[in-house]
Design a protein around this ligand. Structure first.
Ligand code: AMP
Length: 195
């Protein structure tokens, strides 16, 4: 199994790149943001609770997202591994992910950090807001808050995996296919070193 954390600030391109990696390596993307948006669209209790946090650009409580991941790991079979996209977003989530994965006799191979400067993130997110209609991408102050939440609460997750020797930084600026090629190169290295 190849389990990867695809990491980076909002707008770094995690979702876009995850789609390619899923196909290329037979992995399953687990994007907590997508799962939460689906819960909102379906009007489930989880969706109702998550909506206010998401619309403000704040994090949904740890136990809610951890429960989502726990359930996905139980239910999804027959894949070569998982791409965790937008999870973990706090150190507490990272610790729980380690536990959930270990309990299944697996491990996280690496955290791939897509590095993109702040000005570029703002530009990308405002453009995505016009195209996708995502409410949290349409208001500049909410976008600023999400970038701030990333710096304060989420960035320590990279330090957590760095201490385990699992942090790989990838330049996230450039054409989509250029970033894909950089990710692919890093993953090929991981695969060959695990053989
Ligand atoms: P994303 O689609 O990853 O940008 O996530 C959109 C929003 O969903 C975030 O701003 C949070 O409000 C919420 N969210 C997604 N993943 C998590 C997570 N792992 N922990 C807490 N909140 C999350």
């Amino acid at each position: 199994m190849l389990n990867l954390v695809l990491f980076g600030p909002p707008g770094a391109g995690k979702g876009t790149q995850a789609e390619f990696l899923e196909r290329e390596y037979g992995l399953k993307q687990l994007a907590t943001g997508d799962i939460l948006r689906e819960a909102i669209a379906n009007g489930t209790p989880l969706g109702l609770e998550a909506k206010a946090f998401m619309n403000r650009g704040e994090l949904v409580p740890d136990e809610k997202v951890i429960a989502i991941i726990d359930e996905c790991l139980d239910q999804i079979k027959g894949v070569n591994g998982f791409i965790f996209d937008g999870f973990p977003r706090t150190t507490a989530q990272a610790e729980r992910l380690d536990e959930l994965i270990k309990a299944r006799n697996q491990k996280i191979a690496a955290l791939l950090l897509l590095d993109v400067p702040r000005a570029e993130l703002l530009k990308r997110l405002l453009l995505r807001g016009q195209q996708s209609g995502r409410p949290d991408d349409q208001d500049e102050s909410i976008i600023e808050n999400r970038i701030e939440v990333y710096a304060r609460q989420t960035k320590p997750v990279a330090d957590y995996f760095e201490k385990q020797g699992k942090l790989i930084k990838i330049d996230g600026v450039g054409a989509i296919h250029e970033v894909t090629a950089r990710l692919q190169q890093a993953i090929e290295k991981l695969i060959s070193s695990s053989k």
